[in-house]
Design a protein around this ligand. Structure first.
Ligand code: ARG
Length: 569
């Protein structure tokens, strides 16, 4: 189904051709509703290119535009913007067609790709903490949207389950383990022995050496150490699973770092053979001498002692995803500190694979505490994610107790989870991913403003209209949009199909979040200006239909962000 934006873009292109001009500029939603619904800067771009007055160019374009079937006569504004205002009848017709459209007008992509999304990816022997929210929540929402648009998505959890920390964990396990503490809270006990060993190793060279030996034994496949390692991984996975359950976030595959272990020697061999890697001071290294920003930053893929590292694993991982999973694209949702690492990995992959795979590092900023520093507990530790999410549900429960004490106990539990988890996710997704943001319970759980509870409440209000009416959405083919509030809301709903695909251009979930916020605002303005159940036909059915469509857009939009909506709250 075409959107207004795509229809107008085509008409603009035809108009330019008819005027003997090349394609230029963009057709975008208007920045200010007073000037119309869409605008183009084509005349400005062409005026500049050709050294002509851009208002004159705009006049020429307008003369050749055939947009009467969609718009009022286009207006030229300022230095030469061309503004388009949709005819209300056209909006009504389009909105009516959305009523019958399961996908709310959102077309599937014409070029579906297989996309592996690497997100979340926590490390074993550490609890998941607040720092994992962004990767996990962003990655899940991107996966949902890409899938809805028709891509073939593989969600992969690249768990950090192999690495030097295991030397310490195993040493701690053999020397410091408290069995009863392990029974009670396994992950906490593993974290404790890891930390204590770490502290010991700093001051005691002998402990350091023992840890190193435990690691060597593990890597050599020593049975006892492998068993300990397996147990630690299993305990960690239990903690992760609990968090994923709370978040309702799931993976298709969980190929952690250890999965690639036996491929690493082959990777290094191949890179040496093809000349991409070379031996330097006993290590195997890839140099990027021709890339200025990487020229002095070589990537070691086999250390002098013969050990492999994080980079080796990631090279093997790219190979697996391209070769075995047949991915066209791989998206890495990983924080900004790893920018250099991924530049190196992508360059190595490019040399090896002829730069045909589309590899993206989707980075993000940090979550800050109220003091604007990295969020920590009072004692300076990372805030465990599980506790944070449980607190979100507890706080949401309080809101429900005040707002709607008559809900049953089962409903309260369900609604509190939807609001609490939704609030945490939305606080993240509604921010531009690169900006740091302050984690504030008060703000994210507020029923006012750009928050999940506000959007959920708008949805709940719509549902209660239908409950009160005792009827479901009317089946109508025509809408009567009598007031400006109705037209504004209808136009917004038509934009849903323009917004969703746009999210993937630069992986900006905040575009969708902010759009939904505007839908809810337009709905509230409509609801205040226009009685629904008490109005006469045909307005009554038309308004009920608008309510229904708004509810469906909010429901689908929030679902694409991984946020659930309650029927009551
Ligand atoms: N486990 C890593 C960390 O916590 C993130 C892994 C990201 N994915 C990857 N393929 N390197 O930093």
């Amino acid at each position: 189904m075409e959107t207004f934006q795509s229809l107008l873009a085509k008409k603009l292109s035809d108009g330019l051709a008819a005027a003997g001009l090349p394609d230029a500029g963009e057709l975008t939603p208007a920045t200010d509703a007073r000037f119309g619904d869409y605008q183009t800067n084509a005349a400005l771009v062409l005026g500049k290119q050709r050294g002509e007055n851009s208002r004159d160019v705009a006049k020429k374009i307008v003369e050749h535009l055939g947009v009467d079937d969609l718009c009022e006569p286009p207006a030229i504004a300022g230095p030469g913007f061309i503004n388009f205002t949709l005819r209300p009848g056209v909006v009504a017709e389009k909105t009516a067609s959305l009523l019958a459209n399961e996908r709310l007008g959102i077309a599937k992509t014409e070029s579906p790709r297989r996309i592996v999304i690497d997100f979340g990816s926590p490390n074993v022997a550490k609890p998941m903490h607040v720092g994992h929210i962004r990767s996990t929540v962003l990655g899940d929402a991107l996966a949902r949207i890409a899938k809805f648009l028709g891509h073939d998505v593989i969600r992969d959890n690249h768990i950090g389950d192999w690495g030097t920390q295991f030397g310490m964990v195993i040493y701690g396990w053999k020397n410091l383990l408290d069995q009863s503490a392990l029974q009670q809270n396994p992950l906490a006990e593993i974290v404790r022995i890891y930390k204590e060993t770490n502290a010991l190793a700093i001051s005691d060279a002998q402990v350091r050496e023992s840890c190193r030996q435990e690691l060597v034994k593990l890597q050599a496949g020593d049975k006892e150490n492998i068993d300990i390692w397996n147990e630690c991984v299993a305990f960690s996975m239990q903690d992760f699973e609990h968090v994923y359950e709370l978040l309702d976030i799931h993976y298709d595959i969980q190929c952690g770092e250890s999965f690639y272990n036996d491929r690493l020697p082959g990777v290094v061999e191949r890179l040496l053979k093809s000349g991409i890697a070379e031996i330097s001071e006993g290590a195997v290294v890839v140099f990027f001498r021709d890339i200025p920003e990487l020229a002095d930053k070589p990537c070691i893929i086999r250390k002098r002692d013969g050990g492999f590292n994080y980079a080796t694993t990631d090279v093997a991982t790219v190979d697996y995803r391209l070769d075995h999973l047949k991915a066209d694209s791989v998206w890495y949702v990983v924080g900004a500190p790893q920018i250099l690492h991924f530049k190196q990995i992508f360059e190595i992959a490019g040399r090896q694979w002829g730069y045909k795979a589309d590899l993206r590092h989707i980075t993000f900023g940090s979550i800050l505490g109220e003091d604007r520093k990295l969020m920590k507990t009072r004692s300076g530790e990372n805030v465990p994610l599980r506790e944070l999410l449980e607190e979100a549900c507890r706080r949401a429960r309080k809101i429900i107790e005040e707002k709607n004490p008559d809900l049953s106990e089962a409903e309260k539990i369900d609604v509190a989870q939807k609001i609490g988890i939704g609030a945490v996710k939305y606080a993240d997704l509604s921010q531009y991913r690169m900006t740091d943001y302050v984690f504030s319970w008060e703000k994210m759980l507020s029923l006012q403003g750009n928050t999940a509870p506000y959007l959920q409440n708008a949805y709940v209000r719509i549902r209660s209209i239908f409950r009160k009416a005792g009827e479901s959405a009317p089946k109508i083919d025509e809408l009567t949009l009598g007031s400006s509030a109705e037209i504004t809301l209808a136009k917004r709903l038509c934009q849903f199909a323009e917004i969703v695909p746009q999210v993937l251009n630069d992986f900006r979930l905040n575009i969708l979040a902010n759009y939904l916020f505007e839908v809810a605002n337009s709905f509230h303005a409509f609801y205040e200006a226009c009685p629904v159940l008490k109005s006469e036909e045909p307005a009554r059915s038309s308004r009920l239909a608008l309510c229904d469509l708004t509810g469906r857009v909010l429901h689908r939009g929030l679902d694409l962000l991984g946020i659930k909506v309650p029927e009551k709250m």
